[in-house]
Write a protein that binds this ligand. Sequence first.
Ligand code: SAH
Length: 245
Amino acid sequence: MTGWVAVGGLGPGRNDLVTPEVQAALGEATDIVGYIPYVRRVANRPGLTKHESDNRLELDRAAHALQMAAEGARVVVVSSGDPGVFAMASALFEALEAGPRDWLDLDIRILPGITAMLAAAARLGAPLGHDFAAINLSDNLKPWSLIETRLRAAGEAGFAMAFYNPRSRSRPHQFARALEILREACGGETLISFARAVSTQEESITTVPLNEATQEMADMRTMVIVGNRDTRRIGRFVYTPRSAP
Ligand code: SAH
């Protein structure tokens, strides 16, 4: 038996947003590895073993997947959204770099998925229709000062922005600071949208000018999208024109 590892994105929530390529890999797998809620999204079937792990254990999880593939298993490592966006694909390559050299010969594939940013943007209209920057607001893996520098630089350069991991229980006040920087860098009239649990039963979407945004509008299930100075509303939609004045 020849083993392989596929790192697959399950999309933002709804099953019809999982690509056929990822569905096929899940159908051929002997083992599924990932953070508990994502592994639970994969249906049980005979011959499939599920390995659920805690969120912070990305490197252990990736090494485990590579080890099982080296022993002949067909493994899908699951992420939400796209596996290359603040998720398991990079963790897998970090584990590959740190592991035995013969892992380099393994059959490894990264299968793209619909990232939360694109699902949220589509629900709003087209807020990312011009240049934009995607920023992870979690300071788990980088200093908060670097996040502040990047927010300010992106705002002053006129990028629209998409924020992953905007706010958590362990750092509830940093998002208020982020809003302050954005108001200074982008102006208080710039539109900000909060798209929570997109493509699930709990989906909710709100858009306000930065001046009216409060930190409570975001949580860990929210994608935050800030427009550029030309981003506007048309009826119930939010869009950014393709051209810069
Ligand atoms: N790899 C994932 C992102 C992981 S980071 C992807 O490509 O989508 C986790 C963050 O993604 C969350 O804190 C939230 O900001 C965002 N997110 C994930 N699923 C979401 C959804 N259905 N609706 C809104 N935001 C979501």
